[in-house]
Design a protein around this ligand. Sequence first.
Ligand code: PLP
Length: 401
Amino acid sequence: MMPATGAASLEDAYGVRNYDPLPVVITRGEGCWVEDADGNRYFDSLSAYSALNFGHRHPRLIEAARRQLDRLTLTSRAFRNGRLGEFCARLATACSMQRVLPMNTGAEAVETAIKAARKWGYRVKGLTPGRAKIVVCNGNFHGRTTTIVSFSDDPAARTDFDPFTPGFVSVPFGDSAALETALDGETAAFLFEPLQGEAGVIIPPDGYLREARELCTRANVLMVADEVQSGLGRTGRMLACDHEGVAPDLVLLGKALGGGILPVSAVVGSDEVLGLFRPGEHGSTFGGNPLACAVALEVLDLLADEPLSDNAIELGASFSDSLRAAAHPAVTEVRQRGLWIGVDIRAEAGTARSACEKLLAVGVLAKETHEQTIRFAPPLTTSADELDWLLERVNLVLAGL
Ligand code: PLP
């Protein structure tokens, strides 16, 4: 093998190729913008799958991290730290809930919720031991652990990774009648994304979240909303469930909760469910560390202080209006909620991947999901001028497909 040099070839030579990145090596970032080593600038309209909701290196988040770095970074939960209580109180209040269980990644929050729901099923609902069922949706994406891929229907996520964890039943997303049939006396929880992000920004029919809430209540089943990608302002509300005024029993947050600085996730819920955990039954060395708490507290302050959700609503509408008005022949559908946009392109116009390569060539970073969908999720801090800049290029590329 030739000696590898340069960031991309070193990564290819020594890293595991479990991603297929676009051919750009980013070395700096600020706000919506990133730069490669040659000083070329790009607009980051993926925002690390919404983990960068506040853009790159938001000054308030960097300052909060710096202040905490100078004092204390990690204690483990063997001891208390000075920031965890404050973080739990603030996040519980922001979600109008009672308790918070901090973890690190989104997948860990999902795993935590599965354990919490099963425990509640046995201890409170009185399910037959070993029989707790969790209903999920077709097309879901909740992470990559072995239990989570057990209820994925994406062959790439599953193939060669069996045997799978039992206890999950999948129903079509957005179909209340199917959900009603699936919720039975053995069901502990309904786990769902209020909008399916990785599936292509799929928005359920109006009223679905409210109906799901009613069905879960009637069947005495926990409603567990995975808001790891949809939460914290992305859709124009604190939570995507807020669009229908629905309060789930458990809410899962991640990605943007870490301010684009470090992984922070959490399960937020009622005392009846989360109060069941006893010492030793669940945990994480890094979960609830003081640095994570300090950054997440600043994230919550930013969301409270700045009209980022309003900006997401306004700019998101401009985004989809502009694409629809252009009526690009290559585009078959535009789906949008807040600053989250899925654009389907015709197979004859090429793949979404090739469209993303063309976007890269004009200074726009975006990412395909599945074969024919481009997904855009610009930072919530994007200005109207920056959006105009972005739209000019996106329209240029879509027109040329
Ligand atoms: N849940 C949802 C809805 C997600 O979109 C993702 C990641 O894209 C996850 C969970 C997993 O998060 P992580 O990659 O931090 O484990």
